[in-house]
Design a protein around this ligand. Structure first.
Ligand code: 4AD
Ligand code: MG
Length: 464
């Protein structure tokens, strides 16, 4: 005869067992019967554990002074709970108060509902809240699932550099790196080099994408991916742009656009399924508090095929729609987020893989299609957020690539090493970039990417 097994802060215990838990007080209420109920959380899962502290505890007077944020180590006996709201509780044998909250009136995370904007001002304390705790667990689940997905398929994770001289996307949205030490060198000793702006004499930037670097490993290791921080010095103050965000960039040799479109679909399904299975507690919270459709949306993503659509057809659909857009649509323009959202939310109602964009609105490395005016590019557009993935087949033909460089006014010398990949055993290859924060926002239903990264970096905002 075994005692029933129950969950306490994410661990399994038998009823009647004596256990130690450590964490932070979320709430405390006292009953007239001479006992206190404390909700204690430690971040491991959504639900806190209820501690029942009886007035027979030697420090019961102190227990009655506990407020939100105090840290405790509690030894207690696991009991099935009589009360509402929780199946189990711990009857305290001892309550060791480790850290007081010096003035409960000034504690910014007092137990009440705070606005998400208010929480942003407390990036150091907001992980203690329900919502940021849930985001953090889902974000972790997604990153583990992404690594697992690629590992199971034989991909190698390549660490690409953060400091670089190349502007991968060619959009000029680079942060320039300078060496602070050199600020003190007298101008007369600097010679021709402006040390104040350069990294010991070489123009250096923070990377916007690991793609060009990872292509070199792709053309040797076949299946590779990056997962790291990337930087964009664009002055975009929107709910889907960050100056520093994380990107996952698989690159596959001997693969064409439709191969990596399928890879992207398989990956998104795999990671969304992992969240539904592993973080049901947090997803129930997001459905209740943030977006009631968020679970349904993931379930249907996992179970139905993504719609594939050509850019040219999308333009016709937008032109034929009765909706008036702020930016008019004609063939050749970049789709704006209102267009992307209309297509994904109203026209299809599910993620879309948009393919074959005009070459003039896309990057220099994308493979030119036979029509000579479009490139083998794809974006994945998700309801509620728009573009979450951008990718393409890469131009592997040296002569075509050189013509494109020339057309775009880029120099062969700057791309010498990249051209070598086309000179020595060139192969068709393709890849894409997944914006990690946009994925986390999509999965959780959170409205703003600033709330799904621990320390958001936006124009003018780099405190903490
Ligand atoms: O479309 P992008 O610019 O593509 C690339 O960087 C390619 N080198 C990827 C590749 O083919 N290997 O960016 C890829 C994704 C976007 O779809 C978007 O999800 C995200 O990165 N992204 C941003 N996320 C947050 N804040 C920003 N400022 C972002 N810019 C792009
Ligand atoms: Mg893009």
């Amino acid at each position: 005869t075994h005692a029933p097994v129950v969950d306490v802060l994410g661990s399994k215990y038998g009823v009647g067992e004596t256990v130690t838990v450590k964490g932070w007080v979320r709430t405390r209420r006292d009953s007239k019967a001479g006992l206190s109920f404390i909700a204690l959380h430690d971040g491991s899962c959504f639900d806190p554990v209820q501690i029942v502290a009886l007035n027979t505890l030697p420090n019961y007077n102190d227990v009655q002074r506990l407020t939100a944020g105090c840290s405790l180590a509690v030894v207690g006996t696991v009991k099935e709970s009589q009360g509402q709201g929780q199946a189990v509780e711990l009857e305290a044998v001892s309550v060791d108060i480790m850290g007081w909250v010096e003035n409960p009136d000034t504690y910014p995370m007092a137990a009440k509902r705070h606005s998400i904007e208010y929480l942003r001002e407390y990036a150091h304390l907001r992980p203690r809240t329900n919502v940021i705790g849930a985001v953090t667990r889902v974000r972790n689940c997604l990153s583990q699932a992404i690594h697992r997905f690629f590992h199971e398929r034989g991909y190698f994770w390549i660490s690409t550099p953060i400091l670089t001289a190349s502007d991968t996307e060619g959009a000029g949205e680079m942060f320039r790196v300078s060496t602070l030490d050199m600020l003190n060198i007298p101008k007369t000793e600097q010679g021709d080099v402006d040390y104040r702006q350069d990294f010991f004499g070489k123009e250096t930037y923070l990377t916007v994408s690991g793609q060009l670097n990872v292509e070199t490993y792709c053309t040797a290791m076949s299946k590779v991916y990056t997962f790291g921080p990337t930087f964009r010095a664009e002055n975009s103050n929107t709910s889907r742009h960050l100056a520093e965000f994380w990107m996952i960039e698989p690159e596959v040799a001997f693969a064409d656009l439709s191969d990596v479109a399928q890879l992207a679909e398989d990956m998104l399904k795999y990671v969304c399924k992992a969240v539904l299975e592993e973080r049901a507690d947090d997803m129930a919270f997001f459905a209740e508090r943030i977006n009631k459709d968020v679970i349904k949306r993931l379930e249907s993503l996992v179970s139905s095929d993504f719609v594939r659509m050509d850019y040219t057809d999308a333009v016709s659909i937008l032109q034929a729609s009765s909706k008036t857009f702020e930016f008019p649509v004609e063939w050749g323009v970049d789709l704006s987020s209102e267009h992307e959202r209309y297509l994904a939310e109203e026209h299809v109602g599910a993620p879309i893989i948009m393919q074959n964009y005009p070459k003039d609105i896309k990057a220099f490395y994308m493979r030119i299609n036979d029509d000579n005016r479009t490139v083998a590019a794809m974006d994945i557009l998700a309801p509620g957020i728009g573009e979450i993935i951008g990718g393409s087949q890469r131009e592997e033909r040296l002569d075509v690539f050189d013509r494109r460089l020339e057309e775009m006014g880029l120099s062969k010398e700057d791309y010498a090493w990249y051209r070598d990949l086309r000179r020595y055993g060139t192969v068709p290859h393709s890849g894409f970039g997944l914006g990690f924060e946009r994925l986390v926002a999509y999965v959780t239903g959170m409205q703003n990417v600033r709330d799904v990264i621990p320390f958001p970096r936006t124009p003018g905002n780099a405190s903490f």
